[in-house]
Design a protein around this ligand. Sequence first.
Ligand code: GDP
Length: 526
Amino acid sequence: MCENRWVNKPAGFCHSGFFVKYVVKLNNCRKNRRNYIWEKNMRTDTIAAIATALSDSGIGIIRVSGEDAIPIVHKIYRNKKNQEVLSDYKSHTIHYGFIIEKNGNLIDEVMVSVMKSPHSYTTENTVEINCHGGALMMKKILMTVIEAGARLAEPGEFTKRAFLNGRMDLSRAEAVMDMIHAKNQFALRASIRQLRGSVFDKIKELRKKILYEIAFIESALDDPEHISLDGYTERLSDQVCYLVKEINRLLNSADDGKMLKEGIRTVIVGKPNVGKSSLLNLLVGQDRAIVTDVAGTTRDTLEETVTLGDITLNVYDTAGIRNTEDVVEKIGVEKAKTISEDADLILYVMDTSIPVDENDKNILWMIKDKKVIILLNKSDLDEVVDQSSVDALLLEVTKKSGSLYGLSGIKCEEEKEQDDNIQMIRISAKENEGLDTLADLIKKMFFHGQISYDDEVCITSSRHKEALLEALDSMNQVRFSLENDMPEDFYSIDLMNAYASLGRIIGEEVEDDLVNEIFSKFCMGK
Ligand code: GDP
């Protein structure tokens, strides 16, 4: 029987029943694969872990999941009546009582929630013991649960079980971790959307379309008497165009998404004593780097995560760059150069109260191909270096001209090549002036001035991006085969590859090593 969703099928297609057979075959294959991963990874024993932070707190939660979760906790739980059996409690109910040691001593006064399979996070029987917070108390209760028969959970094992038991796809499982580690509003919202299935739904839609084409080609090749491929290539071309467009749309969201989620790798460079550490302290909001009048104080590299409005910067403050004979300082300078190579953004701090020199030229040369914001610092002092002299230096070194952001009336001469990747602003790290402009400028340089929270689907994971790139490559191969009138089975092979690549995002085509690797990055108790 054909379902309504196949109404656009080419004539004659549904009569053969080949399509249905093909989908069943593929689904069985997928089920076998999931079963294989499940068998290799899944242990049905009962696991336990502390689910809350291991620190002083009002409440701590010990989570227990597995077939024997309820009898295990029952062994160590007493309530006032002392006759009630934990397994008799209804699912999703919470009960007041005590956790007791083997020798009958009371450990803590607790609330115990019971969630019965399959209606729990892991789909297994789950008990959560809400005890008093404090590392010692939580550890004590965890040990008691383990002595009663549970095993200490591995990092991420609860979510891994949720995935292996089919409660959530891999993209949703990853969103759980993203949500825990969210550094800013954007990351939080993107992970909530992903957890609610935004990535899963989109990938499922694309895979469904690809599967339809594979099934049609395979069915037609198997049953040419009933299914004709005449005129099919035009239809497939349209479908390939649509799929390429949609995959590209997801990929376009990936660069911004990753940067917004994980932060822009930002390196502060400049000569010694120009105000790099002062800037870092201002960004961080506390005295993290040592600020002194002595040149060469920051000899190593400091790293901080800074939130500037909507944007997260992973900032590296480096040793001042200058020619030096000091061995320790030399190492710091070399390190600064290496870190700068991998930076998304360079904040080049200049002291406008002293003249430029050879060191400035060297630094400009080193960073000329990067996205750079030149911070004309110490704007509260008398200016010895102005924007036009920095521009002249820039032109001399890089043949490019920077633009002074936010200030009117300064235009670059036409013969200069204007480079939007090099911008300048005036700041005073001492007087806390210019940070708002800096935030605006970063937004403009990286996100075209706007950060949208409402994008339907935003790719924030490099694993997903990689899979999308592979899918795109396969779809481009289909396009190539179509343009060159290749036999139909060529289309089908590449469509199948695209289908598999997209399947990796939601965990339908993953190797068990990858599953293990993904969940090993999770925290304990999740
Ligand atoms: P670094 O070696 O580049 O890290 O420079 P520091 O941050 O240690 O600053 C060197 C000196 O410059 C310190 O005395 C700071 O107080 C001073 N300084 C930093 N920024 C400013 C500024 O915007 N205005 C003035 N007047 N002094 C500054």
